[in-house]
Design a protein around this ligand. Sequence first.
Ligand code: UTP
Length: 290
Amino acid sequence: MAEQRIRKAVIPAAGLGTRFLPATKSMPKEMLPIIDTPIIQFVVEEAIAAGIDDIIIITGRGKKAIEDYFDTSPELESHLFKNKKYALLREIKDISTLVDIHYIRQKEPKGLGDAVLKAEKHVGNEPFAVLLGDDIIKAEIPCIKQLTNLFERYSKSIIAVEEVPKEKVSSYGMIKGREIAESIYRIEEIIEKPSLEEAPSNIGTVGRYVLTPAIFDCIKETKPGSGTEIQLTDAIKLLMEKEDVFAYSFKGKRYDAGDKTGYVKAIIDFALEKEDLKAEIVRYLQEGGI
Ligand code: UTP
């Protein structure tokens, strides 16, 4: 393998976002804001904080807003300059100079595995990170950095995992693993969206991965699975036949922003961290809302 340091991240953002219809009829789910910041910005910032400087966003039809968001915005910048809104101007400019972002189209949303495969040419023969916008993870050490650190130590594909409540098991990729060091597991079984009876444990994968490039051939061999999509989980199962795949019980708090309740919880927690919002939101919640 040419390079052990993880330099590239793939952010799949071509899904239809049906759980957020009708909003996602004309706007990408990844652009839904947590107060004033689109979900995808948290994900890009997490990758940058892990030292990743080459980001590939997989987009699809109706996702132009993502490209516009990370592009320069001359009219807006000159408006803010004229109105002496310098702090806001800096913030807007920073977004467009964050990092080198490349866009690749997934013509049809044929599944997360298929979306990742679209990045093969750009990634080439090196290990890479995958971050899903469905998960916003607050952590002292960015979650993907926790994984890249472990990759540097073990040179194995590694997936972030956490305990999943019973009623959510059928929405996750569930694993069974053998603990080889504190919070690190060698995966022995992985199954996408199992029933509660089929689930091998209560440990599920979340949207952060570091994968070796061998995953690309595995995706090509993967038949459409759950929901007739090409599932990344099924490709990882094939990868496990060729090399070890690890799971890591990451340190941090995850918000499932692809789900309505997780999304609202993220908004509340982020509001409680903003000095200008906190007092009023606390008062409102203590009063019991409506
Ligand atoms: P999800 O299945 O959670 O996203 O895929 P979705 O399909 O957009 O949302 P729902 O379930 O219909 O509400 C996880 C991630 O994989 C991307 C999505 O954009 C999301 O970030 N994805 C999914 C793709 O890029 N392409 C696909 O074909 C499917």
